[in-house]
Design a protein around this ligand. Structure first.
Ligand SMILES: Nc1ncnc2c1ncn2[C@@H]1O[C@H](COP(=O)(O)OP(=O)(O)OP(=O)(O)O)[C@@H](O)[C@H]1O
Ligand SMILES: [Mg+2]
Length: 256
C-alpha cells in the first residue's frame, strides 16, 4: 500500500479491521440528521428524515426514483436549504451555520456524485488540489501556487486511488472509472470526515462499479471516514453496505 501522507487523519488499518460492525455503530456518530424537511414547489419531498452514520461506517440509502435521495444529500451539504430539521457533523451544526462556520462544515464533506463533477480542463492533480482550496490562502489558489505540502498530499491521494501515473492527464480524457477515482481522491485531499456518494457508480460498467464501491469501503475502514451512499443496485448495496436504509415518503427507514 502507498504510504499515507502525514496530514491525513488515519484510523490504523488493523484497528478498523478488527472492530466489529455493531461496535462501530455504537460509536458517536460523525453525521446526525434529525427531522429534515424539504418541499419542492410546494410538494413535500423530505418530511421527517433522520439518520446517523458512525465513523468508518458505510450506509447505503435506497428508495424509489424521485424519493428524495439527492435532495437529502444536498440538504446535508447545504447545497439546498432544508425547510426544517438539523444536520450535525462531527459535533458541529451544519444547519444554521453561516460564513466561515459553513465553509468549515462543508470542508468536512466530500461529494462524489454520478457525474463526477470534475473541472474538465484541469489535470487529475489539479482536480485533487481543488480539495485543498479551503485550507490554503486565497491568493495561492488564485495564482495556482499551492504549498509543496499540499501538492505532496494531493499526489498521495491520487496514488491511493491508483492514479499516480495519470496525475498530469486532463480530467475529461480519463475513463469514467478513473474520473470517479479522481473525485474520491479530491475528497481524501479534503481530509473529509464524511463522503456523500450519490449514485457514484450509475455511469460505470459492473466491474468498475464494484471496484469503486470497494475502494470507498476500504477508505471508510482505513481512515474512519463515514460513507453515506445512494445506490440503485440491490445486489451491490447488500455486498457493500454495513447498513441499508430506505427513503420512502420523505422518511428514512431501515431497509428490510
Ligand atoms: N430543484 C428542484 N425543483 C423542483 N423539484 C425538484 C427539485 N429537485 C428535486 N425535485 C423533485 O423532488 C423529488 C425528489 O427528487 P430527488 O432528485 O431528490 O429524488 P431521488 O431519490 O434522488 O431520485 P433518483 O433515484 O431518480 O435519483 C422529485 O419529485 C423531483 O422532481
Ligand atoms: Mg437522485
Amino acid at each position: 500500500m502507498t504510504p499515507m501522507a502525514p496530514h491525513l487523519r488515519v484510523v490504523r488499518r488493523e484497528d478498523a479491521a478488527a472492530k466489529p460492525q455493531a461496535q462501530a455503530r455504537a460509536e458517536t456518530p460523525v453525521l446526525t440528521v434529525r427531522g429534515l424537511a424539504k418541499a419542492h414547489a410546494g410538494r413535500p419531498v423530505l418530511r421527517d428524515a433522520s439518520l446517523d452514520v458512525a465513523p468508518g461506517e458505510v450506509v447505503v440509502l435506497g428508495g424509489p426514483s424521485g424519493a428524495g435521495k439527492t435532495t437529502l444529500f444536498r440538504c446535508i451539504a447545504r447545497l439546498t436549504e432544508p425547510d426544517a430539521g438539523s444536520v450535525v457533523l462531527a459535533g458541529r451544526q451544519v444547519t444554521g451555520a453561516r460564513g466561515r462556520a459553513l465553509r468549515a462544515a462543508r470542508r468536512e464533506i466530500g461529494l462524489v456524485f454520478q457525474q463526477f463533477n470534475l473541472i474538465r480542463r484541469a489535470s487529475a492533480l489539479g482536480n485533487v488540489l481543488a480539495g485543498r482550496i479551503g485550507f490554503v490562502p486565497a491568493w495561492r489558489v488564485w495564482l495556482r501556487r499551492f504549498p509543496a505540502a499540499d501538492i505532496a498530499l494531493a499526489r498521495g491521494c491520487l496514488a491511493r486511488v491508483g492514479l499516480e501515473a495519470e496525475s498530469g492527464q486532463r480530467a475529461d480524457t480519463l475513463s469514467g472509472g478513473q474520473q470517479q477515482r479522481v473525485a474520491i481522491a479530491r475528497a481524501l485531499a479534503q481530509e473529509t470526515r464524511l463522503i456523500l456518494a450519490d449514485e457514484p457508480v450509475a455511469s460505470l460498467d459492473p466491474d468498475n462499479a464494484a471496484a469503486i464501491l470497494e475502494l470507498l469501503r476500504a477508505l471508510a475502514k482505513e481512515r474512519g471516514i463515514a460513507v453515506l451512499c445512494s445506490l440503485h443496485q440491490p445486489t451491490l448495496a447488500a455486498r457493500f453496505a454495513d447498513r441499508l436504509l430506505r427513503l420512502e415518503q420523505g422518511r428514512v427507514l431501515a431497509a428490510p
